[in-house]
Design a protein around this ligand. Structure first.
Ligand code: AMP
Ligand code: MG
Length: 410
């Protein structure tokens, strides 16, 4: 059996370099940028009005007040999306809608609320003096041409996809999403909706893996429930190997008489990298490669599947997609953490801040079959092997679950 860091290192060394492809703009969401994207023009691209109102020469309105208005001649109208055909000279103003280009000669915009309004035919009354440059959004004030707008390695969310559209990018270079095949093994498994006969259980591993594959942003290409049947396993692997970059199985990888996954893979010529990690849960974890394809044999127990995915598979997907896996942090235990004398131990739990100190507590459900220990958890807590349990006040390593938010004072 190898240690947790050894297993992580072997996987990291075997994982292929991220690949890059062009992605069209309607597919940006969730992708990771493989290039530095720069402003293709200054933003704003032209001086434009921040308000519905009147473009003026600010000096013309200097004496305007509620009591004694200033009157300016209406030269014409400029709406958003048009080019001004007029200019504004002394004593004149022009109607401008929000986003409309500022006509030459004008140096401020007075909002319509401070005037006699848009319906005035010729002369407009101004009830407030304009300040120079007021209500104008100037060319390049947000960003100059050539400045970085979205950096390489950034996952594209709402802010980023919107920003890339602002600068007109119809496609960008992004990392390819790994294609994933998942399957669950076990003659005892049924899917929700099917009746359970005595001794049978519902398959919870496919849903866990499906959800995590989706969350990490990889692409699910095959999923299946398979009994403990070597011929069917072989069939599945053949199909999965032809379609995917990563294969995840659950169950059938331990010491049982019906645990066929490892033998079937060996038979197919897969290169075994390790089998067995000194950890709890997840001791029977298997990892192998077939050319560039990575195969993870996750143990069958539901908590093992979830934790092995988060510790080994999730960071692998992140690296394949050009992301740097997030660092673990340290937190102060508010309750004891049961260590294992010889094995690395992972437990779901929670972390939160309490008067500026990051605290944490593990679940009390210690069994690897107890998936409800993950419900409501926002982190995985862990400790290397040791004779003595950690006590309240000791510090421990914490991996936040990336999609959960940190709690506040308990
Ligand atoms: P195995 O590694 O196949 O011996 O499975 C270990 C334990 O996990 C057994 O109690 C299985 O019934 C259980 N198990 C295996 N696969 C699943 C699954 N897909 N959903 C829920 N429990 C499972
Ligand atoms: Mg089984």
């Amino acid at each position: 059996m190898i240690s947790v860091p050894e297993a992580q290192q072997i996987i990291r060394d075997a994982a292929p370099e991220p690949e890059v492809e062009s992605v069209p703009y309607d597919r940006f969401s969730g992708r990771v940028l493989a290039e530095e994207v720069r402003a293709s023009f200054p933003h704003p691209r032209f001086d434009n009005s921040a308000m519905d109102g009147f473009a003026v020469r600010w000096r013309d309105t200097r004496s305007a007040s509620r009591k004694k208005s200033v009157s300016l001649r209406m030269k014409g109208e400029i709406s958003a999306g048009t080019v001004p055909a007029i200019d504004v000279v002394r004593g004149e103003c022009a109607q401008v809608m929000t986003g409309a280009p500022i006509p030459p000669g004008a140096d401020a915009v007075v909002r319509v609320e401070d005037t006699s309004g848009f319906d005035s035919r010729r002369d407009v009354e101004f009830y407030r003096p304009a300040r120079a440059r007021e209500n104008i959004r100037f060319r390049g004030e947000e960003i100059e041409k050539g400045e970085t707008v979205v950096p390489v390695g950034r996952r594209l969310g709402a802010a980023e996809t919107g920003t890339l559209a602002t600068f007109g990018y119809a496609e960008v270079e992004a990392y390819r999403k790994p294609k994933v095949a998942i399957f669950a093994t076990g003659d005892e498994l049924k899917s929700p909706g099917e009746p359970l006969r005595p001794g049978e259980i519902y398959d919870s591993n496919l849903p866990v893996m499906r959800s995590l594959v989706d969350r990490v942003g990889a692409e699910l290409v095959v999923e299946e429930e398979i009994g403990d049947n070597p011929a069917k396993l072989k069939q599945f692997f053949e199909r999965a190997l032809s379609l995917s970059d990563v294969i995840l199985s659950s169950g059938g990888i331990s010491m049982g008489r019906y645990d066929f996954v490892r033998a079937v893979l060996a038979d197919m010529g897969l290169r075994e990298r390790f089998w067995g990690v000194s950890q709890k849960p997840g001791k029977p974890l298997f990892f192998g490669t077939m050319e560039k394809i990575l195969v993870f044999g996750l143990p069958g127990n539901p908590v093992s599947v979830f934790i092995c995915f988060m510790e080994y598979v999730w960071p692998t997907f992140e690296r394949c997609m050009g992301l740097e896996p997030q660092r673990k942090l340290e937190a102060v235990l508010s309750e004891p953490f049961p260590r294992d004398p010889v094995m690395h131990r992972f437990l779901f739990g929670n972390f939160w801040t309490d008067r500026g100190i990051v605290k944490c507590a593990p679940t009390k459900k210690l069994g690897s079959h107890m998936l409800t220990s993950a419900v409501g958890a926002n982190a995985i807590l862990e400790s290397g092997p040791g004779k003595d349990h950690f006590k309240e006040g000791d510090r421990i390593k914490v991996s936040p679950l990336p999609w959960e938010s940190m709690g506040n004072q308990s």
